[in-house]
Every structure is written in structure tokens, then in C-alpha cells.
Design a protein around this ligand. Structure first.
Ligand code: 13P
Length: 285
């Protein structure tokens, strides 16, 4: 298979009442864990990369790794630009071959957000690339991008309708009480707001900031219309913990093929749980 856009996989997920997990990747090892596990569970999967990840690993390297994974396995695999803010950077990645992008102008005022999204949609749709945007503002920081501490602005359902109509965006990230990173307290999600947004709109809805949200709460958001769930922090923590545990027992270790393997194994357990939470296993066909 080839790398696919997220458009059709999310429409299918919406119709069938599950969500596709979008896992943030950083390097070869994190990509391997995600695609191997998704393949074992026959789940469609989205590999998400932020601008900071592109700075770290390079857009070309990451795309090449994703392409190898897509050829190797017969599950749908998408590579998705996560929280990109610069039109020129998005355009460059689309020209390289990325098929799914998020333009995050959620910190701008409504009209400016619309303007920026429209510009990206115009370039992307001509090239068969799907576009996600965000309306409202999540708490927390994702790779340096995000609101000031304590700032949340939940998505207004009426504004969401207008936003989608104006921008013709393919999917919408909604702010209903989640935040990026881990929570100091259990988050209170605004399920009624999500239900209202779902009733007023007809495109796939996306939940960001799923790390640390109780499984049952995420499942409830999926029942109410979420069909893409973003997970980053819990993967980073599990990978790092696996490596730390290994070094605690083997402080002399110096072979990355050994210690990284332990990070991969720890991260795999989280990937399995999140695929189960999303209900996306056996949905690859
Ligand atoms: P977490 O780091 O909270 O899982 O959020 C991930 C995310 O929303 C990526 O866009």
C-alpha cells in the first residue's frame, strides 16, 4: 500500500463508530512499534509529526520511513503533520509527498483562523491532501505550541458550523476540556458540547490531548462522534521508562539495539491499549 490521506479513513471510522488513533512519532523506533502493533491488531493508523519532530529528524527521513512501513504492511497508514502553523512549511511538506496536514491557527482570532485554513485547504485539496484545523483552544503545550497555562477556550458549536462551511476543512479538532501533556487532576470533559457540535456538523471530529484521559471518557467521546484520537505524551513516557528501567539494571549498557528495544517494548503496551480504546482493531480492511 501507499501512504494514504486521513480523509477516507476518518469518514469510514465515523460511519462505523470507532476512532483512528493518531500516534506521535519521533524516529525509526517509534514508527516501528506503532506500525508493527497496528498491523498485528489490523488497525488503521496515523503517524503524527509536529514541527519540532521535523526539526529533529527531517521531513524527508520520516516520510521515507513511513513509505517503507506502508509498503511492508497491508493496513492503511497515514502520515499527518500535527500542529503546523506556517503555510510555507506545510506547502513544502505537501510537495515532498505528505498527504495529511493540520493547520493550527487556533490561537488566532476566528476570522484569521478561517483565512489561514482556507489558504492551506486551497493548496492541499488540489493535490489530494486532507486538512485538519482546530477551533477553540486546548490547554497545555504540545512541542512549544499551545496556549498559556490555564487558558482553555472551548469550541463553540455554532461557530464550528460556520468555520467548516467557510473553510471546507476535512476534519475539525475540538476543544472540550482536554489538554496536551499530563493532567494535574482528572479532566472534566464537556460531553454535551461535543454532542451539540456533532449534531450541527458533518465532518470527522478530532480529540487532541488524549494522554491521561480515562479510557471510559475517551470511549464516550468516540460514541458521541470523535473519530480521530491524538496520543503523544503517554508514548514518550513509556518509551523513556523502558529505557530507564533497562539502565537501572544494566548501567554499563552502551548498545542502542539493546536499550532501545526495552523502550520499544514498553511503548508497545501503551499502543495496544490505545488501539483497543479507539475500537479500531480489525478495521483495517
Ligand atoms: P497528548 O500529548 O496529551 O497525548 O496530546 C497529543 C496530541 O494532541 C497531539 O496533537
Amino acid at each position: 500500500m501507499e501512504i494514504v490521506s486521513t480523509r477516507d479513513m476518518l469518514i469510514k471510522a465515523c460511519k462505523q463508530g470507532y476512532a483512528v488513533p493518531a500516534f506521535n512519532i519521533h524516529n525509526l523506533e517509534t514508527i516501528q512499534v506503532i506500525v508493527e502493533t497496528a498491523n498485528e491488531l489490523k488497525s488503521p493508523v496515523i503517524l503524527a509529526l509536529t514541527p519540532a519532530t521535523v526539526d529533529y529528524a527531517g521531513a524527508e527521513y520520516l516520510l521515507a520511513l513511513g513509505k517503507v512501513a506502508a509498503e511492508k504492511y497491508s493496513i492503511p497508514i497515514a502520515m499527518h503533520l500535527d500542529h503546523f502553523q506556517q503555510y510555507q512549511q506545510i506547502k513544502k511538506c505537501i510537495d515532498l509527498g505528505y498527504k495529511s496536514v493540520m493547520i493550527d491557527a487556533s490561537l488566532d482570532v476566528f476570522e484569521k483562523n478561517i483565512k489561514k485554513v482556507k489558504e492551506v485547504v486551497c493548496y492541499a485539496h488540489k493535490r489530494g491532501v486532507s486538512v485538519e484545523a482546530e477551533l477553540g483552544c486546548l490547554g497545555g503545550i504540545e512541542d512549544d505550541i499551545g496556549a498559556r497555562e490555564g487558558v482553555f477556550l472551548l469550541t463553540d458549536p455554532v461557530a464550528a458550523t460556520e468555520f467548516i462551511k467557510e473553510t471546507e476543512v476535512d476534519s475539525l479538532a475540538v476543544a472540550i476540556g482536554t489538554a496536551h501533556g499530563l493532567y494535574k487532576f482528572e479532566p472534566i470533559l464537556d460531553f454535551a458540547r461535543l454532542e451539540e457540535i456533532k449534531n450541527k456538523t458533518d465532518i470527522p471530529l478530532v480529540l487532541h490531548g488524549a494522554s491521561g484521559v480515562p479510557t471510559e471518557s475517551v470511549k464516550k467521546t468516540i460514541k458521541l462522534g470523535i473519530c480521530k484520537v491524538n496520543i503523544a505524551t503517554e508514548l514518550k513516557i513509556s518509551f523513556a521508562q523502558g529505557v530507564k528501567d533497562y539502565f537501572n539494571i544494566h548501567p554499563e549498557a552502551d548498545d542502542p539495539r539493546e536499550y532501545l528495544q526495552h523502550g520499544k517494548e514498553a511503548m508497545k503496551e501503551v499502543v495496544i491499549k490505545k488501539i483497543e480504546m479507539c475500537g479500531s482493531y480489525n478495521k483495517a480492511q
